[in-house]
Design a protein around this ligand. Structure first.
Ligand SMILES: Cc1cc2nc3c(=O)[nH]c(=O)nc-3n(C[C@H](O)[C@H](O)[C@H](O)COP(=O)(O)OP(=O)(O)OC[C@H]3O[C@@H](n4cnc5c(N)ncnc54)[C@H](O)[C@@H]3O)c2cc1C
Length: 479
């Protein structure tokens, strides 16, 4: 038990300075609440982090991307000035690997002067990665998402692909790169609801919604602007503060104790944590309320999916592309970090090139050793970029994130709790809560803002913190 006289007192305590906690802190402190943001790591950003790798002598991260339809994340970045460090791209390049008889083929999907939903149709029709038969099946399938996407999440996306008779190549060259990249799990572990949302919001509703945004700074540097902004609004940020116990005192205050013995008190407590960390802290409550007991039981339905990133420094120039989706490989995406980071003013010129390769849903790689992963990745990459045959690899690194995202498995929505589910002044945020979004930075920011709205309403100051969705453009307005 901590000494009450040394306990710091606030209006709201937020545990976790990932994007959910940061966005809630910005919203609530801007409204005048005294907020303490308690984070166990020495940096903010949670899973969207970067760090200085001592052996590589480089700052590395797992590249995160956003889309134009991520209105809340973009708004948070604009408020804090971080948006100056986002590079926007209209086109996505898909590469087919070279074969014995044909060189690498490139298809670029991007908008044209045609109105939405047809803005990308010209590039789609030109794309060599798909045959006419593949394209017509895809077009028929996409019609289902023209007016929106299912309200319910029972149907697995694998069943949808079968039901709409998608061809093998349409699956490998279109649905898989987009859906496994966005939802980070196999088709049978993704519901059609969320797959449909990805296509409706980013491919059909407007050209703006599908723009690809890439932070040009390492992620911890990128999100430190948001933390500074929260502090300017009055948030007290406590890094290296790992909360071990939460308890409800009789005077309707929440009392939390960190592993270093520091203690904090407030009438409102927000757990802005991944589901397994939330479960751990809820279990420390001496007598869990029936609501908490049911939230804890519901958490058994959540599962993690991993992402593995491979970092390669070449002694020479490999490609002029900033990024590309790589088809028919384990690697889904290539990010040319040398080119992406050179958009930062003052970044040093480099002779060689630093490429990052992303393997989504990397359950297989989770159990493989470093050499096996590297060997396979370099062999695959050479089929796209033949210059690698003559290049030397100066250094390499692998980052495995076993708990990168939660999977939007069919029927999960009923178990995703709203922000105010626990009751008694205790609130929940985090990408896994009921946001209507999959496991993304946008979902996390929405969850933080929804929780801030719930806390403001409970304190008698109802406010809206959520940004509006992007409006439909072109002919989509008529639908
Ligand atoms: C490799 C990888 C690639 C990804 N790519 C993308 C992408 O391209 N686009 C995209 O939108 N999303 C991507 N994501 C998902 C995205 O990072 C997450 O959805 C989002 O960051 C989740 O934010 P959060 O605030 O909900 O949780 P978190 O980021 O997990 O934040 C929770 C915070 O709580 C802290 N914490 C935990 N326990 C305690 C405790 N007891 N006391 C104090 N603090 C505690 C943690 O240290 C952490 O900072 C990716 C994730 C990974 C890992």
């Amino acid at each position: 038990m901590s000494n009450p006289s040394t306990t710091a007192s606030y209006d709201v305590l937020i545990i976790g300075a990932g994007l959910a906690g940061l966005s809630a802190a910005v919203a609530l402190s801007a409204s005048g609440a005294r907020v303490a943001l308690l984070e166990r790591k020495p940096y903010v950003g949670g899973r969207a982090y970067s760090y200085a790798h001592p052996a590589l002598d480089e700052v590395i991260d797992s590249q995160h991307v956003l889309l134009g339809c991520c209105t809340n994340l973009i708004d948070l970045c604009k408020l804090s000035g971080a948006d100056r460090h986002i590079r926007w791209y209209d086109n996505i390049t898909f590469l087919e690997p070279a074969t014995d008889t044909a060189p690498t083929r490139r298809s670029d999907i991007g908008p044209s002067i045609l109105p939405s939903p047809g803005h990308a149709s010209l590039s789609f029709l030109r794309a060599s990665m798909l045959s006419l038969a593949d394209k017509s099946r895809i077009a028929i399938g996409l019609l289902e998402f023209l007016r929106g996407y299912p309200d319910t999440d029972e149907e697995p996306f694998s069943a949808w692909l079968q039901r709409t008779c998608q061809t093998d190549r349409a699956i490998r060259h279109f649905w898989e790169p987009v859906i496994v990249g966005a939802l980070n799990d196999a088709f049978d572990r993704c519901s059609t609801r969320y797959a449909g949302q990805v296509f409706h919001e980013s491919f059909m509703k407007s050209a703006q919604g599908g723009r690809l945004g890439i932070p040009t700074q390492p992620l911890s540097q990128f999100y430190s602007s948001v933390a500074h902004f929260a502090e300017q609004q009055g948030t007290a940020l406590h890094l290296r503060t790992s909360i071990d116990t939460i308890e409800r005192w009789n005077n309707n205050q929440w009392h939390v104790i960190a592993s270093d013995g520091s203690a904090y008190l407030a009438p409102y407590l927000l757990l802005a944590l991944p589901f397994e960390q939330t479960a751990r802290l809820l279990s420390t409550l001496p007598r869990s309320s029936p609501q908490c007991a049911s939230i804890l039981a519901d958490m058994a339905h959540f599962r993690h999916a991993p992402i593995t990133t491979i970092h390669l420094w070449f002694d020479r120039h490999i490609t002029d592309l900033d990024h590309a989706a790589l088809l028919d490989t384990r690697i889904q995406w290539m990010f040319n970090k040398s080119r992406i980071r050179r958009y930062e003013p003052g970044s040093p010129a480099q002779e060689g090139q630093y490429l990052e390769l992303v393997i989504s849903a990397s359950f297989t790689e989770l159990h493989q050793g470093r050499e096996q992963i590297l060997h396979a990745a370099i062999a695959e990459l050479t089929r796209f970029f033949p210059r690698i045959r003559d290049a030397g690899i100066l250094k390499s690194g692998i980052l495995k994130e076993a708990r990168a995202t939660f999977s939007v498995v069919p029927n999960l929505d009923r178990y995703r709790p709203p922000a105010d589910a626990p009751g008694n002044g205790l609130y929940l945020a985090g990408d896994w809560t009921r946001t209507g979004w999959p496991s993304t930075m946008e979902g996390a920011v929405r969850s933080g803002r929804l929780a801030a709205q719930a806390i403001a309403a409970a304190a008698g100051n109802p406010t809206t913190y959520l940004s509006a969705d992007l409006p439909a453009a072109g002919l989509m307005r008529l639908l």
